[in-house]
Design a protein around this ligand. Sequence first.
Ligand SMILES: [Fe+2]
Length: 257
Amino acid sequence: MIDFDFAKERFLAYTKQYDIDNGRIHLKVIHTFKVADLCQKIAEDLHFSSEDVQLAKLIGLLHDIGRFEQVRIYNTFKDSVSTDHAELGVKILFQDDFIRQFILNPSYDFIIQKAVSNHNKYQIEDGLDQRTLLFCQLIRDADKADIFRVICEDTFQNTCMSDISDPYSDTISDSIYADFMNEKSLHWTATRTPLDVVIAHLALIFDFNFQYGLRYINEKDFLPYIFQKVHCTDPFTNQRWTNIQEKVLNYLEKKLK
Ligand SMILES: [Fe+2]
């Protein structure tokens, strides 16, 4: 039996050791609870059993636990210049059995470990059983859906890991533009400019497994809000940015039909 409220109290106690006045820590606490809520909604939408809905929610609660140490040590969310926050999360949870602080029953450990580990990867690892794969897909959708909320509500500095406050007068790299227009998910390592990072976030839309997350993005009107945060002064970049907006809106419409 999974007791989410018990796990939530333990999670809040864990985060108390970090500086909540740090915008990045605050953002991740809010993100965690939003993702847990979305996990529940997606699991219900997929008609999971009540125990599996609780498991999905618990995975949402734990998926970014590595972020707090990442921010404390490196003060960045950029895995490429710090550490893979998902693997750090796995280490925190499973080294010394810290996971038992959140769930007494060890029978879900493998699924939780794989879901946390795979939540931020470009692709889910091969060879997983169907059930484990399903929870990996679910946390990835919930996480991505909330990332759209975060980039609407927060500053580009916090979300796009850029030193500038917004991508005014920016450029879009050729490879980022080409891959986006081909509806490919983008590698963070391929981003060269702050606007590339915004586009890589938008490209997350091409990697949803279930319809719920796309419906959520559509209903909350996140895309127009993100669009109006970006202002390109260079006409060539502006044309590319216009094409990107059309592409993402058409893609969403196509997927929601
Ligand atoms: Fe994450």
